[in-house]
Design a protein around this ligand. Structure first.
Ligand code: HEM
Ligand SMILES: CC(C)=CCC/C(C)=C/CC/C(C)=C/COP(=O)(O)OP(=O)(O)O
Length: 368
């Protein structure tokens, strides 16, 4: 992250999103007319009273100064992989491998296998993040959030970015195929393809890109699941996929709201640039939270496909609902009052709720 953090919304990274001091709550209703780049530019220039977007409002809290760290070559390579997203993907990989192990009696990953699984998945996911930044090097400079990325800022050459992408992708695929056979490696390649070749170009074309992104973000669960012995046809694997896919709606709608001006100005088609009132983003967040819980509960009630009404299945089902509750409440509050404060809370809760739900699902299959 570079530059001092100002009290504007959606600055250089989502960490900045989470850090922001709160500003004037949004009581205003924005009409559902798509934000155009020029409107966005105007709205960024001119503060409007009563509009919550902190880019538009006078900050009431003095900007928190952050010392600008000089980018290093090593740091640039790490940034290219989108490390925060990769870390969370690895959390989902651990959970899906535990759940996958329970699908086949007697399978227990050894320590070196765990290492290979996380290394292979991390490398392929990092390669996808890098390829996305190679592709978007012309548009990333248009948003403050992404302008300081190594390729966008031209600190790194395209050839280096492409070479890094290729090395990571190849290494990761070889590690997965060598240790676990073709299934996790092929899922990794398919995920890479959906994210880089389908999702990335769709971002400037249609808001449906989020659905495709949700598929790309959920597919890696099958890498952990199949590496640990699970089958692509198992209900548990698909419920894991469902949890991940549905979770991404509240997760991303919060970001899409906070960054809507930047997205519009750069020319991205997001729900919140097409419907700037945020009504659709609110509904999608609520429905996503409910569907997330439904997938988690289904897995707890029928881990192997057949319904089991036991204490364990009922208790873990309730725990899934309890774990999802804060995200659901945050989504309802955001839908009712669409402002930065509520969007930021929803984003924060999304990062807590996903590991919590995955933990409950894992506990369900390992003995509860
Ligand atoms: C439709 C799918 C998704 C979209 C459009 C999306 C979008 C984003 C964006 C734009 C950011 C800010 C990136 C940054 O500048 O750091 C972000 C942050 C993040 N995303 Fe997502 N994401 C999606 C799915 C996922 C998935 C599948 C995961 C992992 C399982 C994930 C985990 C994270 C994490 C951990 C952060 C960083 C939050 C922080 O900074 O603390 N996201 N996401
Ligand atoms: C194993 C493997 C290949 C995993 C890759 C899957 C992956 C990286 C999913 C991330 C999901 C996603 C849509 C992130 C946002 O990207 P964005 O382009 O909207 O974010 P940006 O605007 O910050 O660039």
């Amino acid at each position: 992250m570079t530059g001092p953090l100002m009290a504007t919304d959606c600055r250089e990274s989502s960490t900045a999103l989470l850090d922001q001091p709160l500003v004037i709550p949004d009581e205003s209703v924005t009409p559902d007319e798509p934000l155009t780049p020029s409107e966005t530019a105007r709205s960024l220039d001119r503060p409007r009273s009563g509009v919550a977007d902190s880019a538009d409002a006078e900050p009431r809290v003095p900007p928190r100064e952050r010392r600008k760290r000089e980018p290093t070559r090593f740091g640039d390579f790490i940034e290219l992989t989108k490390p925060r997203i990769v870390s969370m993907i690895l959390v989902t990989t651990v959970a899906s491998a535990w759940i996958g192990m329970s699908a086949k009696t007697g399978v227990m990953l050894s320590l070196p296998e765990w290492f290979a699984l996380l290394l292979g998945t991390g490398l392929v996911a990092g390669s996808a993040g890098a390829a996305n930044q190679v592709w978007e090097r012309w548009i990333d400079p248009l948003m403050p959030r992404t302008a300081s990325r190594p390729l966008a800022s031209r600190r790194m050459s395209v050839a280096t970015g492409v070479a890094f992408t290729a090395v990571l992708g190849l290494l990761g695929t070889v590690v997965l195929a060598w240790q676990f056979g073709p299934a996790p490696a092929l899922v990794g390649l398919a995920t890479w393809g959906v994210y880089v070749l389908v999702y990335t170009p769709m971002k400037t074309r249609t808001a449906w890109n989020t659905t495709v992104g949700a598929i790309a973000g959920a597919l890696p669960v099958f890498m952990g699941y199949t590496a640990a012995g699970g089958q692509m046809t198992d209900l548990a694997g698909w419920m894991l996929f469902g949890v991940l896919a549905c979770w991404q709606y509240p997760h991303f709608m919060a970001i899409a709201w906070l960054c809507r001006h930047q997205y519009a100005e750069a020319g991205f088609q997001m729900t919140t640039t097409i419907q700037p009132s945020g009504r659709s983003a609110g509904w999608q967040s609520i429905v996503g939270s409910i569907a997330l819980a439904a997938c988690g509960v289904t897995m707890c009630l029928a881990p192997a496909g057949d319904l089991i009404l036991s204490v364990a299945s009922l208790v873990t089902s309730l725990l899934v609902v309890a774990a999802t509750w804060p995200l659901f409440v945050a989504a309802v509050r955001f839908a009712r009052q669409r402002d930065d404060q509520h969007a930021r809370k929803m984003m924060r809760w999304s990062l807590v709720v996903l590991p919590a739900v995955l933990l409950v699902m894992t506990l369900r299959v390992i003995g509860l």
